[in-house]
Ligand binder design. Structure first.
Ligand code: NAI
Length: 295
């Protein structure tokens, strides 16, 4: 296969930086931050997608856009829904329109928050949406915009992302381990931790498949680590890797930590669609966590 040339809006975020880190022979990655490419500005977006097309043509590579740009402040979105909507729904619409006009495929990243979180078995991609938060509503609108755009586009939902860059649960636990003797972590929300570096590699695999003309027939896919746990279970695993005693953490309930945006009780996403499309099955979340600490 010829090489891949990627444009990654949101390139300085947690996922964006791990995508940028994969650049190498046969994989060009341009990963602008929001100051260099604001996805809500149609003129700038069309210019960036056109430049991507030109770069790919010059390199004899296939262009693909992976949208890692998002408004991800879940609680703040409750009082800033219009701003979140502009970035999470209008932004993907603008990107998809530019991709459609330049015939460039688009992979758009979405979230478990588009579901209600009331299920008791892993969510499949075509399960009914029912976002309970402003963030979830804006992300669901972004999915609709992309899928209804006429662009050659795929939506990849993920959940519980942690990585080297940015703010995330793993970083918070690491700080608390060194500043607190004991702590409480919720044990009644289930999901699957996903290492952003694994997600980045998985998205590049999908981009390669699309560029080769074998894009999955299913337009919505789920990609997270394999297995499931609770935030308490995840916190205990993090403590073990830090060489700290996990007994310092006690389990508590969601109602003990009221938040402006309600948290989903059940966020496990089935990755059958991912494997069904012939993509590499995700590794178990605890194996990925061990690899994160080793790296
Ligand atoms: N972090 C998590 O736990 C989860 C994340 N996701 C999704 O994964 C994707 C990546 O998330 P992260 O990298 O973790 O988030 P992040 O917040 O680290 O990165 C998002 C980036 O988008 C940029 N951005 C904001 N407004 C922009 C605009 N108008 N134009 C261009 N860029 C803009 C931000 O500056 C930031 O660098 C997002 O679509 C998010 O909704 C899904 C599930 C869980």
């Amino acid at each position: 296969m010829s090489g891949l040339e990627l444009l990654v809006p949101g390139g300085t975020g947690q996922l964006g930086r791990d995508l940028a880190a994969l650049a190498g022979p046969g994989l060009g990655v341009t990963a602008p931050g929001s100051a260099d490419l604001d996805v809500t500005r149609p003129g700038a977006v069309i210019e960036a997608v056109t430049a991507l097309s030109d770069r790919a043509a010059a390199a004899g590579a296939q262009p693909v856009v992976i949208n890692a740009a998002a408004y991800t402040a879940v609680d703040k979105a409750e009082t800033e829904e219009a701003r979140a909507f502009a970035i999470n729904a209008d932004g993907p619409r603008v990107l998809a329109a530019a991709c459609s006009s330049r015939r460039v495929p688009l992979i758009h990243v979405s979230t478990d928050y588009v579901f209600s979180g009331e299920a008791s078995a892993p969510y499949e991609p075509d399960d009914a949406l029912g976002p309970r938060t402003a963030y979830g509503r804006t992300k669901a609108a972004g999915e609709d915009a992309v899928l209804g755009s006429g662009a050659s586009a795929w939506v990849v939902r993920t959940a519980w992302v942690y990585g080297k860059h940015g703010t995330n649960f793993l970083k918070t636990m690491t700080t608390l381990e060194s500043t607190r003797d004991t702590l409480s972590v919720v044990d009644d929300q289930r999901g699957t931790p996903t290492w952003s570096a694994d997600l980045a590699a998985a998205l590049v695999e999908l981009a390669g498949m699309i560029a080769a003309g074998n894009g999955p027939a299913t337009r919505v896919l789920h990609c997270t680590g394999a297995g499931e746990t609770t935030w308490y279970g995840f916190a205990q695993a993090i403590f073990r890797h830090l060489g700290a005693d996990p007994a310092r953490i006690s389990p508590c309930r969601t109602e003990d930590f009221p938040r402006p945006a309600p948290r989903p009780a059940y966020s496990v996403l089935s990755t059958k669609s991912w494997q069904g499309a012939g993509l590499t099955p995700p590794r178990p979340w605890d194996e990925a966590l061990a690899a994160y600490f080793k790296a």
